[in-house]
Design a protein around this ligand. Structure first.
Ligand SMILES: [Zn+2]
Length: 385
């Protein structure tokens, strides 16, 4: 039995003082407060805060966060991608990110990595994976291998992904910034095709995630029953603009917006993103004020401003939308775990949950930047930092 004491515990929903967390065989077996029992040796971490390991629900382990992540991906083998994904996963774990959801790889590389890490969890986070994202012919990220069109072919592709053991189905409902010839404000699938993808995913017991930048695609994905709306940025041909009717539809639905935030300071940010960042902040603020459910994710790997441990910076950006630090912490722990379908084992510190723990110096419940002051990380009950 391992007993860990700290000044504070943020358990995924609320904060308490002077906790002792008991861990046995990779699982949290109890949480107590107050004096230590005389017969148990306690690891005392001092003026620190214990939290659930962070959950990054939107990453790409096969992108290397270089300034030509796509070009490199297209020039190397799947085995090389797996080697890079291993490094990326290790970097995430050292920052306290103990669960990642990979929303687009090639050749089911992230699924292969998960199989490796399930045998040695101390080497990386739990890797949930989507496999190659479904896209239209020559659509966004077509070079990942997920081109498909028509409802029957989409259902067959979802079934094939399920047979490969994926944890989520990812559909590219609009084009994206990083694929020549596609536009983030244009749809790639019809509403009927989106509905077929969501229905088939749910038939296989899988959550379904829509990459959706435009108001039209966001609305279609909500109508189709998508569990998460990735980006949710309301991009238009010449910038971005909130659509209050679509925001009201989002707020009334059970779909969760996965806001891909976070940039490492001092690295170049994509020019288009920089130009509209104030507009995007206003759009996400409007969504929060309307009651849209939102989690904080990173899109890690796609460029140098987004290394695979950037998530704490994303949590900081969430404060720009009007919420306090505890809401930001929920958005990278309990709420993110629930959105990924692993809310029964990840994202909380409570009896019965996996002992994936982050310990930071200071108090992130009042100063979110403390999330970067990593003091210890436990994965499956094993201290890895
Ligand atoms: Zn992405």
């Amino acid at each position: 039995m391992l007993a860990i004491r700290a000044a504070r515990l943020f358990d995924g929903t609320r904060t308490t003082k002077n906790p002792i967390v008991y861990v046995e065989s990779g699982t949290v077996v109890g949480v107590a407060h107050g004096a230590s029992p005389a017969d148990t040796e306690v690891l005392d971490l001092g003026d620190a805060t214990l939290l659930p390991g962070l959950v990054d629900a939107h990453t790409h382990l096969v992108f290397d966060a270089s300034d030509d992540a796509v070009g490199r991906l297209r020039s190397v083998s799947d085995d090389d991608l797996l080697a890079g994904a291993r490094v990326a996963a290790g970097r995430a774990l050292r920052a306290g990110i103990t669960t990642v959801r990979d929303l687009g790889d090639r050749g089911y590389v992230a699924r292969r990595l998960r199989a490796e890490l399930d045998r040695s969890p101390e080497s990386g986070p739990l890797v949930l994976s989507a496999g190659p994202p479904l896209t239209s012919p020559r659509g966004h990220c077509w070079w990942l291998g997920g081109e498909v069109s028509g409802e029957a072919a989409i259902r067959a592709a979802v079934a094939d992904h399920a047979a490969h053991g994926v944890d989520v189905i990812k559909v590219l409902a609009t084009g994206g910034e990083i694929t020549l010839g596609t536009k983030p404000y244009l749809p790639q699938f019809t509403p009927a095709e989106l509905a077929a993808a969501a229905d088939e995913a749910h038939r296989h017991g899988l959550p379904v995630a829509a990459h959706a930048h435009s108001a039209g695609a966001i609305a279609a994905a909500v109508d189709a029953g998508f569990d998460t709306i990735e980006h949710g940025s309301f991009l238009t041909e010449d910038g971005a603009a909130a659509d209050d009717a679509v925001i009201a539809k989002l707020a009334a639905s059970r779909s969760v917006v996965s806001a891909t935030l976070g940039y490492l300071p001092g690295r170049p940010v994509a020019p288009r993103t920089a130009a509209i960042s104030a507009t995007l902040t206003a759009i996400f603020t409007r969504q929060r004020a309307a009651g849209v459910r939102m989690i904080v994710t990173s899109d890690a790997g796609i460029d140098p401003s987004k290394p695979h441990d950037v998530l704490p910076y994303a949590a900081e950006m969430f404060l720009l939308f009007g919420d306090g630090p505890e809401a930001a912490l929920r958005a990278v722990t309990a709420d993110a775990a629930a959105a990924c379908g692993v809310g029964a084992t990840k994202g909380r510190v409570a009896a019965g949950y996996d002992a994936d723990l982050l310990v930071v110096t200071g108090d992130p419940t009042t100063d979110i930047t403390a999330l970067r002051e990593v003091q210890a990380v436990f994965r499956s009950g094993v201290r890895v930092r």
